[in-house]
Design a binder for this molecule. Structure first.
Ligand code: AMP
Ligand code: GLY
Length: 436
């Protein structure tokens, strides 16, 4: 079948790499793609500035022209904007299989207030919270005074991963709440603010593939969000990832399934929300018990670059079964090998950085996987075009060796002002009793 994958990051390169291995994949188009997904058919002009109705119409026309049978939506923005509903309600694309929830389902990520209320309705463990608007600012300020610090403030809407502020003092929380509600610190995204209890624990990401009735757990991962070593400095989209995560043992994952995944899927069904796609659970392990920090309605980036290489099953078969609500009929086979992903970024990221730097070393054949993100092809060369540029993944039975292999490959890749963290996975190695 012909397949269209929406997105342009390292996550999409990893998905494209896996999808293209399927015997069921005839032509794979990636839109807008990057220099790495150029190996496949790139459908560059479908998506222009963001995802609006005109973009959706261009996508629908392309689906018809190219006989696309399966669409996979990589990022959250088109889902929150309602692409799945658009394709289902458009007579020429109504029969196309779509992996990605409807707009109502995408609210789990699109509105933190919706997600919190959903979890409260369905008894899903999460930090205690309340939501305030500009009209209820004074109540919000009073509520803050009753909380113990640190206090977590979250912009309700999509804020490119920057909308969460952990305030260490009441004064900082007061100022931040005013900035968000009165001075629109995050624009429309902070018209509502969720004030949340701080959870102390270790974070991990759990990925679920669901057709709305049944589900499979994909490998869990841990990502490294801060720019600096030892988790210092500002948050980024993610500087690396490892999978599996040793503390996510069977007992913990059973709790995740029973207390979180199953009530989430049942809750969506009870609320008549059609959800066929990925659920990415951002979890905190608090003394052995999982608590939801956030829902995302897509796979993570760079977690996908660690998770997907561990998937032994045919991804197209799984995605088709998801869209057809036949997931109970297929099995998911996961490799026991560990995956280690190191992200290479432009110097200056997550602040300002220069683009257009020529990348060398991409033709190395070390056995590691090199997934591209912020890259583009220019005059026969691959140049940087974003903050996160490459993600290098290696697989090995020992995480320590997988990490070493990734770093050997990373050192072969160069551009002017490249930066990467040198401590990815070190905390996990320390955690593992035998240091393997
Ligand atoms: P989010 O955008 O919801 O993933 O939040 C960004 C980061 O803030 C998370 O990855 C956590 O590290 C942190 N965070 C969010 N909510 C909480 C919480 N309630 N307690 C502790 N840390 C949190
Ligand atoms: N790496 C975190 C995310 O994809 O949201």
């Amino acid at each position: 079948m012909n397949i269209l994958l929406l997105g342009s990051g390292g996550r999409e390169h990893a998905l494209a790499w896996k999808i293209s291995q399927s015997p069921d994949c005839n032509r794979l188009f990636v839109s807008p793609g990057n220099a790495g997904t150029n190996l496949f058919n790139v459908a560059e002009n479908l998506v222009q500035n963001g995802y609006d109705q005109a973009d959706f119409q261009r996508i629908a026309n392309f689906i018809q022209q190219q006989n696309i049978e399966l669409v996979i939506v990589g990022p959250e923005a088109p889902l929150v904007a309602g692409i799945t509903d658009f394709l289902k309600n458009n007579s020429s694309t109504a029969d196309v299989l779509v992996v990605g929830p409807t707009q109502a389902g995408a609210e789990l990520e699109g509105s933190k207030d919706f997600a919190k209320q959903f979890m409260q309705r369905h008894n899903i463990p999460t930090a205690a919270s309340r939501t305030f608007t500009a009209d209820t600012l004074n109540e919000g300020l009073e509520y803050l005074q009753k909380q113990t610090s640190p206090i977590v403030l979250k912009a309700d809407g999509l804020a490119a991963g920057k909308g969460v502020i952990i305030c260490t003092t009441h004064d900082e929380a007061t100022e931040t709440l005013r900035d968000m509600l009165q001075h629109q610190k995050f624009g429309e995204a902070s018209q509502k603010v969720v004030i949340e209890e701080f959870l102390d624990g270790i974070e991990l990401s759990v990925f679920v593939l669901t057709d709305g009735k049944n589900y499979h757990l994909l490998p869990e991962a841990k990502d490294y969000k801060r720019i600096g070593e030892n988790d210092t400095g500002p948050n980024t989209g993610g500087m690396g990832a490892v999978s599996p995560v040793p503390f996510a043992d069977e007992e913990f994952l059973t709790k995740v399934k029973e207390q979180i995944v199953e009530p989430t899927i049942q809750g969506l069904a009870e609320e008549n929300i059609d959800y066929r796609g990925f659920i990415f659970l951002g979890l905190m392990n608090v003394d052995g018990n999982p608590s939801v920090i956030e829902y995302n309605v897509r796979l993570g980036d760079p977690e996908t670059q660690a998770v997907i290489p561990r998937l032994e099953s045919d991804l197209v078969e799984l995605l088709v079964a998801t869209a057809k609500q036949q997931l109970s009929e297929v099995k998911v086979q996961i490799s026991l090998q560990a995956a280690a992903t190191v992200v290479m970024v432009s110097g200056g990221y997550p602040g300002s950085y220069e683009k257009g730097k020529a990348i060398s070393g991409l033709s190395n054949k070390s056995g590691s996987l090199i997934f591209q993100a912020g890259t583009k092809a220019e005059e026969g060369k691959v140049v940087t075009s974003g903050g996160r540029v490459l993600a290098v993944t290696s697989l090995h039975s020992q995480l320590k060796t997988a990490l070493e292999q990734s770093y050997i490959q990373v050192e072969q890749l160069h551009w002017d002002d490249v930066y990467y963290r040198k401590d990815i996975g070190q905390d996990i190695l320390r955690y593992s009793a035998d240091g393997k």
